[in-house]
Design a protein around this ligand. Structure first.
Ligand code: PLP
Length: 400
C-alpha cells in the first residue's frame, strides 16, 4: 500500500476531491421546494410554521422559531435572554465564532471557559470557575455533535441563576441520557447550513419550552413588530401593527422551510449512517500509531457532525505537512476550530490575555476527516488508505 505521496508527485489515492462535509438532496426535497414555488407564499408562510412544528415535535420541545441562519438564531436567543451591556456570558473557545459573536451583538462580554481534554466539551467545573457577579448565561457547544454534560451544567446554572443557551449547531439528532437534544436547555440553537445534520441552504432554529421567550423570538425575527392586537401597547386601527423593540429581518423563507421539513424525514437515517461511518473509522484508526480516535461519554449519542483525529503531541510539528499531504491525496481534511479569542478581532478587542490551555493544545492536534451521509464505502476506504499512507510517511520522522 501507499507508494509515493501525491504531494511529492505520486499518484493521489483518489482522482476526485472528497470534501469534509456535504448536503444530500433527494428527489423528494426538490419536489417539496417546487411545491412552494407554485404556492402563494414564498417567504414566511405555512411551510415555515409546519417546519417549526415538526422540529419542535422531533426534539420534544414545546416551541420552535426558525431564523435566516443559526447565527441569527443565536443573536435572537441572547436578546431574548436579556443579555446586555455589562453582562458576561460563558462559552467554549473551541467553536465557530458565532457562539461568541452573538454575545457581542447584544453588548455583552464573552468569557471563555476551557474544555475537557477527552471530550473537547466545556465542563461544569470550568464554567463554575468562570462565574462572576455579572454572569447571566452560559452557551455550551455540543462540539462535533456530542452533547455537553447538561445534568451537571444545569446544577451550576441553578446555583448561580444562569440561563443555558445550547449551541447545538452540530447536534440535531443527538441525545443525552436517551433524551433528544432540543429540550435539555432553556433555549437550543440548531443550524441548517449545508454541512450541518440537515440543511435549508442557510437557516437556523431555536427550540424552547417557555411561551414568553417563544413570543419574543418570533417578534425579534421580524423587526420587533407584532400584529396581535392583544399584545398592543395602545388601542389601534385594524391596519396598524406595533414595533415594540428593535428587532431584525431574520426570517426564514417557505422555500427553505419546505427543504428543511423534507430533510427532517431523513434525519434519523442520516444520523445512523454517520454513526456507522464513525465506527468504521474508529475500527480502522484505533490501532494506528500517532493518533487518538474521538472519545464518547457513556449515555450520550453523538450526531457525528465532525470526525476528528487527534494527533499525538510528537506529531504536532508535522500537522501542516500532514494536512497538505492529505489534501494532495484529494482528501478534504479540515481543522475545527482555532480558539475564538485567538481571532484578530478578539485579540484587538480585549481578549489578548485570555488563555484556555487545553483548547489551545487541542487546536494544534486536531484534524477533521470527511464525514457525511452521502459518502460511500469507496470514499471511506479512500480516507483510511490516505491517512495510513500519509501518517506512515510522517510518523517516524521520515521526510525530516
Ligand atoms: C454553523 C455553526 C454556527 C452558526 O450557524 P450558521 O447557520 O452558519 O449561522 C454556530 N455555532 C456552531 C458551533 C456552528 O458550527
Amino acid at each position: 500500500m501507499g507508494g509515493k505521496l501525491a504531494v511529492f508527485g505520486g499518484k493521489p489515492v483518489r482522482d476526485s476531491f472528497l470534501p469534509y462535509g456535504s448536503q444530500w438532496i433527494s428527489k423528494e426535497d426538490k419536489k417539496a421546494v417546487e411545491r412552494v414555488l407554485s404556492s402563494p407564499y414564498l417567504t414566511t408562510g405555512p411551510a415555515v410554521a409546519s417546519f417549526e412544528r415538526k422540529t419542535a415535535a422531533y426534539t420534544g420541545a414545546a416551541y420552535a422559531v426558525s431564523f435566516s441562519s443559526g447565527t441569527a438564531a443565536l443573536h435572537a436567543a441572547c436578546f431574548t435572554a436579556g443579555i446586555g451591556k455589562g453582562d458576561e456570558v460563558i462559552t467554549s473557545p473551541l467553536t465557530f465564532a458565532a457562539s461568541a459573536n452573538c454575545i457581542l451583538y447584544c453588548g455583552g462580554t464573552p468569557v471563555f471557559a476551557d474544555v475537557d481534554p477527552r471530550t473537547y466539551l466545556i465542563t461544569p467545573e470550568s464554567i463554575e470557575a468562570a462565574v462572576t457577579e455579572r454572569t447571566k448565561a452560559v452557551i455550551p457547544v455540543d462540539f462535533t455533535g456530542q452533547p455537553a454534560d447538561y445534568e451537571a451544567i444545569r446544577k451550576v446554572a441553578d446555583k448561580y441563576n444562569l440561563l443555558i443557551i445550547e449551541d447545538a449547531a452540530h447536534a440535531l439528532g443527538a441525545s443525552y441520557r436517551a433524551q433528544k437534544v432540543g429540550a435539555l436547555s432553556d433555549m437550543t440553537m440548531f443550524s441548517f447550513h449545508p454541512v450541518k445534520p440537515v440543511t435549508t441552504g442557510e437557516g437556523g432554529i431555536i427550540t424552547t419550552n417557555d411561551e414568553n421567550w417563544y413570543k419574543t423570538l418570533l417578534q425579534f425575527r421580524t423587526h420587533g413588530i407584532t400584529k396581535h392586537a392583544a399584545d398592543f401597547i395602545q388601542v389601534r386601527a385594524p391596519w396598524e401593527y406595533e414595533m415594540q423593540f428593535l428587532g431584525f429581518n431574520y426570517r426564514m423563507t417557505d422555500l427553505q422551510a419546505a427543504l428543511g421539513e423534507s430533510q427532517l424525514d431523513r434525519l434519523d437515517t442520516f444520523t445512523s449512517m454517520r454513526e456507522a461511518y464513525a465506527d468504521y473509522y474508529n475500527n480502522a484508526f484505533r490501532t494506528v500509531k500517532g493518533v487518538t480516535i474521538p472519545y464518547q461519554e457513556l449515555g450520550r449519542r453523538s450526531s457525528w457532525h465532525l470526525y476528528i483525529l487527534k494527533l499525538d503531541e510528537e506529531m504536532i510539528d508535522r500537522r501542516k505537512e500532514i494536512f497538505e499531504a492529505l489534501t494532495a491525496e484529494n482528501i478534504g481534511v479540515n481543522v475545527h476550530y482555532m480558539p475564538v479569542y485567538e481571532q484578530p478581532y478578539y485579540q484587538k478587542n480585549g481578549f489578548d490575555q485570555v488563555s484556555c490551555p487545553t483548547a489551545e493544545k487541542l487546536y494544534q492536534q486536531f484534524l477533521t476527516l470527511p464525514l457525511f451521509p452521502a459518502m460511500d464505502q469507496q470514499d471511506l476506504d479512500d480516507v483510511i488508505e490516505a491517512v495510513r499512507k500519509v501518517l506512515d510517511y510522517y510518523r517516524d520522522g521520515a521526510g525530516s
